[in-house]
Write a protein that binds this ligand. Structure first.
Ligand code: F6R
Length: 597
């Protein structure tokens, strides 16, 4: 979602650092971008709708200035046009903002009565106008920020310039990530360390209700009117940036990263003493809370726990969980799953669970992210930077972590049998044996054109295959814009089957031999109504079904099967998007890190 970058330092570096920082934040998804620089008590703002190239075309790279801020905006209040793009400038204050100001109407009304004129439809401009109004009255920016924070309701990460102060960038934060990068003779601010990690490995994480100021060689953080001591964190090697290399886009590259990521992940977590394991014997219930693909990985986790450990697991979308009574107690373990660790709904739920003193565990990729700091136990996905908006290696590593957690859980409860361990070791060996051939094999799907012939494609499956159908369908939708929908195989006939007509593509996933026959019947039902059926099943299953096409996956045993079964669908989505000439890594309207509700 929106990205913030700010720099104070060397005059020949400012524009370069801002534009490169915005480039590094591009992966989050955005629809307009802008920068503001301060020189001779004057702020120049350049902003454009569209991609960064549109902005770059209007910025003089030789611009000499020691201080500036930049932003990529993912539209919430108001369309993605130039007026609504950030930075917003009102009076002496120019700012970039991530988050949502919930009481904007009330503040806007008050400001309008005081003759403030608004140029955009955004809540961000209202926030800037309020900051400016208070600053004009008190003449002290830190005080103005403190007062503003008391008045606004909502979420915000803000970096701002004040015309009266050519040496500092001011910041404030609540519910939206913001970090200070500590360099030598230069200082950075960003919503994500990727914006400045090429220049400094040292950073300070701001917490909610903190605000501060950075200059070339000093930074100060405050809370409730008092200076607040903060620790300097140091970026670890595993957080280094990823490059596309020989691949044409990150999504393709990240699919090829999967075997390496998973093999390192299993190696790491199988070593003793590498992570802090909860006392898994004490819980009576697990709840999994997540959004999007992370939720889908949780569905696989739920299937693991119910089928293998016979343990009750509830799973909820974070956006729903936050508005329902918390039916969890001290005997519940709540597992939050999030690649970014910054998804607003997931974070809100984690805060609520923390307040209630209920144990929580995070499966998260981004080191030191908000989620990782809110939960009692953290299992890092160790997937490296994921830049394509559509997750692939992130999802696969979340699924792998659910298996790792299941094994530890059952070991702690003394129900991980020798035969399960043998299946686990064998499955793991097979997984890495088959990966290279599978990656090659699923690079071509001769029937791709069938997907566009009807308004809708369906995915059906049962149990773990239904969990995989959900992810396969989402992947296809988000990067190809083809309409698709996933159903439990037995549910289709309860209404939706009315949409099946001649040529409708139905992907049936049936790798689970316990439900294979049942899914086969459902497949026959849709086939009888003219559907074009593409069946995904195990290579060693006898091909007695009349499917139109087959996606055969090697049988590597039920523990590891999901990690290989999802692969053809990740590659399929990539290939369809490529064949449509779409921007695979940045699908329209999508954001990588969804920091608003
Ligand atoms: C889909 C995708 C999203 C995310 C969702 C949660 O490819 O990436 O559905 O899974 O927005 O994001 P995180 O995992 O960062 O909480």
């Amino acid at each position: 979602m929106c990205g913030i970058v700010g720099y104070v330092g060397k005059s020949d570096r400012t524009v370069h650092v801002l534009l490169r920082g915005l480039e590094r934040l591009e992966y989050r998804g955005y629809d307009s971008a802008g920068i503001a620089v301060l020189k001779d008590h004057h702020v120049d703002v350049v902003k454009k709708s569209g991609k960064l190239d549109c902005l770059k075309a209007c910025v003089d790279p030789e611009w000499k200035t020691e201080i500036g801020i930049g932003h990529t905006r993912w539209a919430t209040h108001g369309s993605a046009n130039q007026e609504n793009a950030h930075p917003h400038q009102v009076g002496k204050v120019t700012a970039v903002h991530n988050g949502i100001i919930e009481n904007m109407d009330e503040i806007k009304k008050e400001l309008s009565q005081a003759n403030v004129v608004f140029r955009s439809d955004t809540d961000s401009e209202v926030l800037v106008a309020l900051l400016n109004q208070i600053y004009e009255k008190c003449g002290n920016m830190l005080m103005a920020i403190e007062k503003t924070m008391k008045k606004v309701v909502g979420s915000y990460a803000v970096a701002l310039l004040c015309e009266d102060d050519e040496e500092h960038i001011y910041v404030m934060k609540k519910d939206s990530p913001l970090l200070l990068g500590v360099g030598k003779g230069e200082m950075f601010v960003a919503s994500d360390y990727q914006a400045f990690c090429e220049d400094t490995k040292e950073y300070v994480l701001l917490d909610d209700f903190e605000y501060g100021v950075i200059g070339r060689s000093a930074w100060h953080v405050y809370k409730d009117g008092k200076e607040f001591q903060k620790k300097i964190e140091v970026l670890e090697e595993r957080e280094e940036l990823s490059e596309k290399g020989e691949y044409d886009c990150y999504m393709h590259k990240e699919i090829y990263d999967i075997p390496g990521v998973l093999s390192q992940l299993f190696l790491f977590y199988e070593k003793q003493d590498t992570h802090h394991i909860p006392d898994y014997t004490k819980y009576h219930k697990i709840q999994i809370v997540a959004c999007g693909s992370a939720y889908h990985a949780g569905c696989v986790g739920k299937a693991f726990f119910s089928h293998i450990a016979h343990f009750p697991v509830e799973i909820e979308y974070a956006s729903e969980y936050r508005y329902q009574p918390i039916l969890a107690d001290k005997d519940t373990l709540v597992i939050f799953v999030s690649q970014s660790g910054e998804t607003a709904d997931t974070i809100y739920c984690a805060k609520k669970i923390k307040e209630l003193g209920i144990d929580s565990l995070a499966i998260v990729n981004v080191y030191n992210s908000t989620l990782s700091r809110l939960t009692d136990y953290v299992y890092y996905m160790r997937a490296g930077e994921e830049r394509a908006v559509a997750t692939t290696k992130g999802y696969s590593s979340q699924v792998a972590l659910f298996l790792i957690i299941l094994r530890e859980w059952m070991q702690a409860r003394k129900c991980w049998t020798a035969s399960l361990e043998e299946e686990y070791q064998q499955g793991k060996r097979k997984l890495f044996e088959v990966f290279p051939t599978c990656l090659k094999k699923y690079e071509q799907f001769p029937w791709i054109s069938k997907l566009t012939e009807q308004p809708m494609n369906f995915f059906i499956g049962r149990q773990i295959d239904y969990a995989l159908s959900l992810e396969a369908s989402l992947k296809l939708k988000e990067v190809t814009y083809l309409n698709s929908c996933a159903y439990p195989a037995g549910e289709l006939k309860h209404g939706t089957i009315s949409l099946i007509e001649k040529g409708t593509v139905v992907f049936a996933i049936a790798t689970d031999l316990d439900t294979y026959e049942k899914t086969k019947s459902n497949l026959m039902e849709v086939k009888a109504r003219g559907a074009y059926v593409i069946l995904t099943t195990l290579e060693d299953v006898v091909k007695e079904v009349e499917a139109d096409e087959w996606i055969l996956v090697p049988n590597i045993g039920h523990l590891f099967q999901p990690m290989i079964t999802i692969l053809p669908f990740q590659l399929l989505s990539y290939h369809v998007a490529k064949s449509f000439d779409l921007d695979v890594d940045h699908p329209r309207n999508l954001a990588k890190s969804v920091t608003v509700e």
